[in-house]
Design a protein around this ligand. Structure first.
Ligand code: B12
Ligand code: SF4
Length: 468
């Protein structure tokens, strides 16, 4: 079959809009590669309703396949509605976290033919095979469709048992005008259950790893193609210290020369400081870590399973091993700790720490999460304008402060935590310019945005949207 796969062209993406250009969602590339391996003709593009016709004319697909996160769902929704009207013969399918959890609403909004609930690499080719045989309503768990007044195949989210042999993502999957940079996935899922994160709900706590040998051979192949810098998309690359140490062994033994960034956790860093030194020696240049809050009760409620002492220790280790580190902070807790005093206490905590980069977001109840279910049950979700689920808006009703006050606090918190660094801002900026984490142009945008929103009371979120 001829399949056109679409990653939404978004102006939304929070601080990501400081990066240039759009990115094709990695999950979509995996399902594209799986379909290609099953013998289908696939092309991946970035599009929205305004330019989709151009691509439909160019590629003449029989099936449109889409992916999105919650904040970009409105883009694919509008695209689907238009395609259903203008090209009623075209079959359509959508997947990703948002579609998985909100499949009923997605169908009602768009009339999409199929919704993939879960991982698509196995079930998508199965659906394609059935469609080629003329069977439009196959029994494939996770490949949801609506027929005779009810949904079929929707009982559970499908997760693969084994991710050792994921399909290979190659340059030729994407249309020539879009940029390509390989990302590495060594594991999927996460054994933790943070209340605000949709990973645990999506993967039901399942955590699967690929062998070091397979991951290294994939990296070697990408190096041969001319790539040197890789981003591990694992939710937490370092969960399994034995795996990570073995990875470092193999990279050292084979003398491989590349750089990589990854995500980790405070507790893992505290338990394995030497492992992080080894990771730096094998090319790790950026580690991102969620702290979220310095208020013990909030960490507890979030099931973050870390404490303030560990946070301080992990920061010391990161500063010592000499890697660039990026920490996440959340404004808001969703419960009685949403007061001016506690929010102030959290900002002061972050100001007091010798952190590297800090990314601050407003607590957002993503569908499927414990937080979403709790706030929904308490009738405290303010609205379902999904484009505002971008971690820059407060979409829930806080208990002890107004949602607008939390939103106004975001740029102020940024200014305060960065200015609190004092002279340490200078080496941080030099480091970020050197490793291209931030370019002079992006820095100028960031300073201008923070300055204008802070002193001229402009809307921070609008300032961050990408120009068309
Ligand atoms: C890396 C990453 C990014 C990168 C994306 C880079 C890229 N090229 O993909 C960057 C930094 C750009 C990013 C930005 C954002 N991200 Co992000 N990101 C991730 C992360 C850590 C990994 C994504 C990934 O590659 N996953 C691996 C792939 C294989 O999994 P997948 O996407 O779910 O795809 C599988 C299935 O869902 C399904 N599937 C998906 N699409 C389709 C389509 C079809 C047709 C089919 C059949 C199946 C299918 O099959 C796929 C293969 O198994 C995830 C967490 C996670 N583990 O998913 C968060 C995550 C996706 N991000 C999230 C968020 C909130 C954001 C931002 C909104 C944050 C912000 N404001 O800055 C932006 C949105 C940007 C945008 N415009 O889309 C949330 C989304 C929650 C939600 N419900 O919306 C997640 C889940 C993190 C979390 N813990 O909550 N992100
Ligand atoms: S926030 Fe990180 S540690 Fe917590 S469940 Fe999500 S991926 Fe796992």
């Amino acid at each position: 079959m001829k399949i056109l796969l679409i990653s939404p062209k978004s102006t939304i993406g929070g601080l990501e809009s400081l990066r240039s250009g759009n990115q094709i969602l990695q999950g979509l590339l995996y399902v594209a590669a799986a379909a290609r391996d099953a013998g289908h003709k696939v092309t991946v593009i970035i599009a929205d309703k305004d330019n989709i016709d151009k691509y439909i004319r160019r590629y003449q697909p029989e099936l449109l396949a889409l992916s999105c996160v919650t904040s970009t769902y409105p883009i694919v929704r509008d695209l689907l509605i238009q395609v259903k009207k203008d090209h009623p013969q075209l079959k359509t399918i959508i997947g990703g976290h948002h579609a998985t959890f909100m499949y009923k609403e997605v169908y009602e909004d768009t009339g999409v033919d199929y919704i993939c609930r879960g991982e698509g690499e196995e079930v998508f080719p199965q659906l394609l095979a059935e469609l080629e045989k003329g069977n439009e309503y196959p029994e494939i768990m996770g490949m949801v469709f609506y027929k005779d007044g009810r949904f079929w195949n929707d009982e559970k989210i499908v997760i693969m048992q084994d991710i050792e042999h994921l399909p290979k993502i190659t340059r030729d999957l994407t249309a020539p005008e879009f940029s390509f940079s390989p990302k590495i996935v060594s594991s999927r899922g996460c054994p933790f259950f943070c209340s605000f994160c949709s990973i645990s709900a999506f993967y039901s706590g399942a955590y699967r790893k690929r062998s070091v040998e397979t991951v290294v051979s994939e990296i070697k192949e990408y190096i041969e193609w001319g790539y040197q810098d890789f981003w591990f998309h694992d939710d937490n690359l370092t969960v399994d210290a034995a795996w990570m140490n073995h990875f470092c062994d193999v990279v050292e033994r084979e003398g491989l020369n590349f750089t990589y960034s990854c995500m980790s956790r405070v507790d893992t860093i505290c338990r394995n400081p030497e492992m992080f030194s080894r990771m730096v020696k094998t090319g790790c240049r950026l580690v991102s870590i969620g702290i979220e809050s310095g208020i013990p009760e909030v960490l507890e409620r979030m099931h973050k399973k870390i404490d303030v002492q560990q946070i301080k220790k992990a920061i010391r280790i990161m500063n010592k091993v000499g890697v660039t580190h990026n920490w996440y902070m959340i404004l808001g807790s969703g419960d009685e700790y949403d007061t001016k005093e506690y929010l102030e206490q959290n900002i002061r905590f972050f100001c007091s720490l010798p952190l590297g980069y800090i990314l601050i977001s407003i607590l957002t109840p993503f569908p499927g999460t414990e937080l979403f279910n709790k706030l929904k049950a308490e009738n405290r979700i303010r609205h379902y304008n999904w484009e505002e689920y971008d971690i820059l808006h407060c979409v829930y009703q806080p208990l002890g402060i107004s949602h607008t006050e939390i939103e106004k606090l975001l740029p102020k918190a940024y200014v305060r935590v960065y200015l609190s660094k004092g002279w340490r801002l200078i080496p941080l900026l030099i480091d970020s310019m050197r490793n291209s984490t931030i370019t002079p142009a992006k820095l100028a945008i960031a300073i201008k945005t923070l300055f204008i929103t802070r002193f001229f009371n402009k809307d921070f979120t609008k300032m961050l949207k990408k120009p068309d």
